[in-house]
Design a protein around this ligand. Sequence first.
Ligand code: GDP
Length: 432
Amino acid sequence: LPVLAVVGRPNVGKSTLVNRILGRREAVVEDKPGVTRDRVSYPAEWAGRRFTLVDTGGWEVDVAGIEARVAEQAEVAISLADAVLFVVDATVGPTATDERVVRLLRKSGKPVVLCANKVDGPRVEADAAELWSLGLGEPHPVSALHGRGTGDLLDAAMAALPTESQHGVARPGGPRRVALVGRPNVGKSSLLNKVLGTNRVVVDDVAGTTRDPVDELVELKGVPYWFVDTAGIRRRVHQTSGADFYASLRTQAAIEKAEVAVVLLDASNPLTEQDTRVIQQVIDAGRALVIAYNKWDLMDEDRRPYLEREIEKELVQIQWAPRVNISARTGWHTDRLVPAITRSLDSWDTRVPTGRLNAFLGELVAAHPHPLRGGKQPRILFATQASTRPPRFVIFASGFLEAGYRRFIERRLRETFGFEGTPISISVRVRE
Ligand code: GDP
C-alpha cells in the first residue's frame, strides 16, 4: 500500500491528528511529550482509498538534543513515505526545527501536504496563512482536536499519494530487493557481513550514479540482489529512550523498500512480542516473507524440540512462510536463504488466470457450501485476481461471506496454487 507519513516536531499535535485519521478515540493520546507507543504504522482508509499511515508521534522524548533527533527521525520517515503530511503548530509558527525538516522535505522531492494545526479560531487562521512562507504550498488549516478541516486535509493527501495500483505493482527489471529485519541483537549485521563477505558487487563509486548509498548490491549464486537499507543495520542506536521505536521505524523503512523480507528470529530463545510485531509489519506491508531461525549453533539437542514447538505455536498463522535454519556466526546453511527468497518472490509474483480461479472456486463451493445465514445462502458469483505483488483476490458474492469461510478459501487457495512465502488478501464485494 502507498505510505503516508506524519512528520513534525514534538507537541504539534501529530498523535491527535493520527487518531483522527484512524478514527480512534482520544484515549490513546496523552497531552504530554514522552508518551511512547509501540507501533509505527497503521492500515488506514479515506474516501475508499487504502494506505499505510506512519506515525512518528510515538517517539517524542523531551531530552537534550531533541532537535537533531527530530531531524533524524523525520529523515527516516520521509525516506519510506510516498507522501508526507507535515504538521506545524499554527499558534507558534515555524521554528528552527521546522525549518530543518523543511530542508529535508525539499531535498527528498517527495510530495508534501502542509498541515497548519491548532487552528481553533479565526485569529489563528491568519497565522496559518503565514505558513505559505515555508514554500511548501498551501497550508491546510486544521484543528485535529476538534476534527475541523481534517477531511480537506485528507483529500489533499490522497491527491498527493500514488494509488494502490500505481504502487507496488509493475517494477520491471533490476535486481530484486531484500530486507534483513528482526529485533535488535538477533544477528542482522552478522548475517549481512557474512553475506557481503565475498559477494559484494562494487557498484560504480563514481559520482553521478544513481544508487542509494544505504543499499548494497550482492551477488548470490550468480544472481545480483539489492540488500536494502543496510546502513540502518550497521548503525547502532545508542540512545536509551525511544531506541525501540527508532528501530521499528527503520524496520518499516527497510520493509517498504524491499520486495521480500527475511525476518531473523533467535532460535535459541523464545519468541518475543517484538519478533511477532516485525513479522506483522511485513505482512501488513504485503511483502514476501522468509523466516530465518538464526543462532542455530547455540541449539543443543535437548532444547531444540521444546523451543521449536514453543516458537512454532506462535507462528501457526504464517505456516505459509518458508523456514530456514542458519548460523550467521559460522555461516552454516546461509546458502539456503537464496532458494527460500526465490520461492517467496515467485509466489509473490504469481497470477492465477481467471478461468482457473473460477473453476477452483466452483468446485470448492459445490463441495463445501457457505453455511446458511438467516435461511439464505450467499452465492459466489465470480472471482478475479486483482493484483500480484502480493496476490490480491476479489470475490463477488450475493451476500456477505463469513470470516471463517474466507479463511477456508485462503487455505484452499494456498493448497491448490502454492503461494509459499507470500501474504495473500481476499476481499468480498457484495452484488445483490
Ligand atoms: P543485530 O542487532 O540484529 O544486527 O545483531 P548482531 O549481528 O549485532 O548480533 C548480536 C549478537 O549476536 C552479536 O554478539 C553476534 O556475535 C551474535 N550472533 C549473531 N549471529 C549469531 C549466530 O548465528 N550464532 C551465535 N552464537 N551468535 C550470533
